[in-house]
Design a protein around this ligand. Sequence first.
Ligand SMILES: [Mg+2]
Length: 244
Amino acid sequence: MTGKKPAPPALDPSRDALFLDFDGCLVDIAPRPDAVIVPRDLPGILTELSEALDGALAVVSGRSLHELERFLEGFEGLMVGSHGSEARGMEPPMAEAPQHLGAVKEDLAGFAQEHDLIFEDKSHGAAIHFRSNPAKQGQVEAFTEALTERYDGFMIQPAKMAVEIRPQGFSKDGALAILSDLVQFDGRKPVYAGDDTTDEPALAWAEEHGGFGIKVGDGESVARYHLAAPTNVRDWLAAALRVE
Ligand SMILES: [Mg+2]
C-alpha cells in the first residue's frame, strides 16, 4: 500500500514539466476501455495548464493516439500514445507500423472471440481484456506468450485485467527522455503521475531526473508522492491553475 505516502506539493508552473498518464490517472478505469468517462472540463484544464507551463505538458499513455485525441478533444497539446511509439506534437518515435502487425491482431481477435473476451484494437498492437472473466487470465497469458515467440519484434505488456502485445523498444520512460529534449522542457523539473505498473519506469525516471513521481491509487511504487484516485489528480491540477 502507498497510503502512507504524502500528497504531492503544489505544481510550480514556472519550473515544473508535467507528464500525465490517462487511464486510472486522469480518468477512472472503466469496465470496458471504450467506456471511460472524461469529465467535460478536463480538456480545458489540460489546455490551460499546458499554456501555464509554456507547453511543458504531455499526456503519456498506453492508448492509441487516435483514442487519446478523441477522449481529450479540445486539448491540442503534446500527446504520446501506444506506450511511447506514437506521438503528436513531436517526431513519432516509431515511423512505420510494425511488421506482422496484421497477423498478431488477427490471432488475438480470434482468441478473444473464441473465449468471449474483449479485444482492443490498437495502433501498434492489440489487447485482450479479461475483466469480464478473470478465470481466463492463465489462458490469455499462455496464448499471448506464444504469439510473441511466433512473431519477432513484439513483447507482452501486462496491464490491469488485460494482456497487451506491443512493439519492442518503446516505453513511457523512453518517451519522457525524448520529450525532455524538446525546447519547452529545457531546465524544468519532471513531474510524472500514473497508476499502473507500466508507469513505474516513468515514475522512476522523474524521480531520478530532479523531479518527482505521483502514484495514483493503491500498490507499491517508486514514486514518493501519492494521490488516491483520478478525482484527486484533477483537483491537484485545477489547484495549480487557481494560484497562477
Ligand atoms: Mg494508467
